[in-house]
Design a binder for this molecule. Structure first.
Ligand code: DX5
Ligand code: ZN
Length: 218
């Protein structure tokens, strides 16, 4: 279904070749580029920060979708916005003031996303619906690519689709998305799918055709 955005996560790309990986995966049909920022504190892994986002920005023609798995978040929002993030997503679990964080993201000119860990209920975003552009449902515990999809989250996606109603809010799925799980979350109401390993497997910058085949298979 081409109305569903596919957002390859560069966490599964070749870290020595981000610029070329992004150009290859966009040429093969990626709708957004998903950038997983991890701090070794909110999640047990470290990736990259605003300087890296700024460096890859000129290679992205579509949307830079930045997923912040960091705590605290607020001191870094301006830097990620200046680095060219189109969407900045923060976790509801990352601090006591998610409402303020959403305001700060929009005030910095980016679209505001809120992410929910698998243990966090849909109701946690009920009072944010007038101030978010995207809700990201984590279908794995964040920190690593290549984990197994958690099926209990499908019910949460259905609840969120009902809560969102007619509002122009994307419902994004992140973790374990592949050709077997994508139809389940699409049927539940998701309209943006992050996929790391399922997109980048079998290909490379020298041989990018598998990226396109993988995207079309999702
Ligand atoms: C998990 C990240 C995901 C991850 C998804 O912490 O937020 O974006 O890259 O990877 P796959 O698609 O391999 O589960
Ligand atoms: Zn992510």
């Amino acid at each position: 279904d081409r109305s569903i955005k596919i957002a390859p996560s560069i966490l599964a790309a070749d870290f020595a070749n981000f610029g070329r990986e992004i150009e290859a995966v966009e040429a093969e049909g990626a709708d957004w580029i998903h950038v997983d920022v991890m701090d070794g504190h909110f999640v047990p892994n470290l990736t990259f920060g605003p300087a890296m986002c700024k460096a890859i920005r000129p290679h992205i023609k579509t949307v830079m979708d930045v997923h912040l798995m960091i705590s605290p978040v607020d001191p870094y929002i301006e830097a990620f916005a200046e680095a060219g993030a189109d969407i900045i997503t923060a976790h509801v679990e990352a601090g006591p003031h998610i409402h303020r964080t959403m305001q700060a993201i929009r005030a910095n000119g980016a679209k505001a996303g809120v992410a929910l860990n698998p243990g966090t209920p849909a109701e946690s975003v009920e009072y944010l619906l007038d101030m978010v552009d995207l809700i990201c449902v984590m279908t794995v515990n964040p920190g690593f690519g290549g984990q197994k999809f958690i099926h209990s989250q499908i019910e949460k996606v259905k609840q969120l689709r009902q809560m969102v109603g007619d509002r122009p809010i994307h419902i994004e799925i992140d973790g374990g998305v592949d050709p077997s799980t994508a139809p389940l979350v699409a049927a539940a109401g998701a309209d943006a799918l992050v996929a790391g390993s399922a997109v980048f497997k079998g290909g490379s910058v020298a041989n990018p055709a598998p990226y396109g085949e993988n995207i079309r298979a999702i």
